[in-house]
Design a protein around this ligand. Sequence first.
Ligand SMILES: Cc1cc2nc3c(=O)[nH]c(=O)nc-3n(C[C@H](O)[C@H](O)[C@H](O)COP(=O)(O)OP(=O)(O)OC[C@H]3O[C@@H](n4cnc5c(N)ncnc54)[C@H](O)[C@@H]3O)c2cc1C
Length: 373
Amino acid sequence: MIDTTDDNEIHDVVVVGAGAAGLNAALVLGRARRRVAVIDAGEPRNAPAAHMHGFLSRDGLRPATLLELGRAEVARYGVRLVRDRVERIDPRPRPEDGAEGAPDDGLGGGRTAEIGPGYHVRLTGGSVLTARRVLVATGLRDELPGIPGVRERWGRDVLHCPYCHAYEVRDQPLAVLGTHPGAVHQALLLRQWSDDVVFFPHALDLTADDRERLAARGLSIVEGPVERLVVDGDRLRGVGLADGRVVPRDAAFLFPRMVPHDELLAGLGCARDDNGWVTTDRAGRTSVSGVWAAGNVVDPRVQVVAAAGMGSAAAFAINTDLLEEDVERAVGRHRATAAVTATATLTAAATLTAAAEVTAAAGGAVRDGGDGR
Ligand SMILES: Cc1cc2nc3c(=O)[nH]c(=O)nc-3n(C[C@H](O)[C@H](O)[C@H](O)COP(=O)(O)OP(=O)(O)OC[C@H]3O[C@@H](n4cnc5c(N)ncnc54)[C@H](O)[C@@H]3O)c2cc1C
C-alpha cells in the first residue's frame, strides 16, 4: 500500500476502510476524477479464510488477492492509499465561524477546486486529512465464543456462513453450536449441504417447536455444554462435551456476535436503529450531512459482492452530492462575474457618454468661435 500522506491536500472524498465496500467506492470516485484518499488499517473481516466464494468471476480467490487487485485498480486512477488507522473525524469549522476559511486548494482541470466545510480526518500516525465528504466502510468484528479451539480454527473449519463455505464441506459430518439464537435457523439451512448435521444446543434453550423442526429436517441433537473443539493434525476432529464425550465432526458452524466498527460514525452523531446499527438510506447517506457509510459497518448481512455494491452505490450518490455543490458554487461565481462585467460595461458606457458630451461641447465651442470671427 502506498503511504504518501500530504496533509495540505483537500480531498473530495476520504474513504475509511479498504475492504470491498471502500475500494469499490474509491474505484468509482477515482474514475469520476475525484480526489480521493483511502485510509486502511489492514484487517479485513474475512482475512482468516483461505478462499472467498460467491463472487461472480472471483469464486475461490484468496480474500487478500481480491484486495490486492482492488488496490492496484484504484491506484491507476490516482486514488491515494494510506496504511493507517483513522482515530476521529471532526467537522471542519465553517468560514463564518472564524476559525478557518475555505482555502484555495489550487486544484485545476477536471479536479474540483471548491470545498464546503467538510471534515478533518485524524489518523493514528498524526496526519490530518481534509475532505469534503467522508465514506466510512470500516466493516465489523466477529466476537467468538470462548470455547477452546474456536478462535484457532475460525475461517478454516469453524465457519459461520453456509453460502460462503458450506459447499466446500458438503456431505461431511457437520456440527452447529448453539452459541446464538440464530443457530437453529443455521442448522436447518445447513441440512441442504449435508445429511449428517448434529445440533449442539450448548447454552440455548430449545423450544418444543425448535426440536420438532430440527427432527423433521433429519438433524440430531446432542445435549450438554460444549467444552472444547478437538483439533489434531491441523484439522477439526470433533466436538468435546463437558461430560467427556467427543462427537466426531469435520467442520463446525456457529454465529459470532457481530460488532460494527462504527466508533467514527458514533463520534459524528449518526442516527441508529432500534438494534443499535447506524442507519443509512439506500445509497449509504447517514443522518449527518456529508457522512456516508457502506458495507458491514452498517449491514452485518452483506457478503463481499454486496459490500462492493454498497460502496459503488454510495460513490454514485456522493459524486452527485459533490456535483450539486460544485454547480451551486459555479453559478455563484458566474453571477458574480456577470455582475462585475455588467458594472464595468455600465461604467465604460458612462465614461464614453461623458467623453462624447465633452467632445460635443468642445466642438460647439469651436463652431461658436468660428461663427464669431
Ligand atoms: C471467516 C470469514 C469468511 C468469509 N468468507 C466470505 C466468502 O467466502 N464470501 C463472501 O462473500 N463473504 C465472506 N465473508 C464476509 C466478508 O468478510 C464481508 O462481507 C466483507 O469483508 C465486508 O466488506 P467490508 O468492506 O464491509 O469490510 P471489511 O472487508 O472488513 O473491510 C473493512 C476495512 O476497514 C478497516 N478499518 C476498520 N476500522 C478502521 C479505521 N478506524 N481506520 C482505518 N481502517 C479501518 C479494516 O482494517 C478493514 O481493512 C466472510 C467473513 C468471515 C468472517
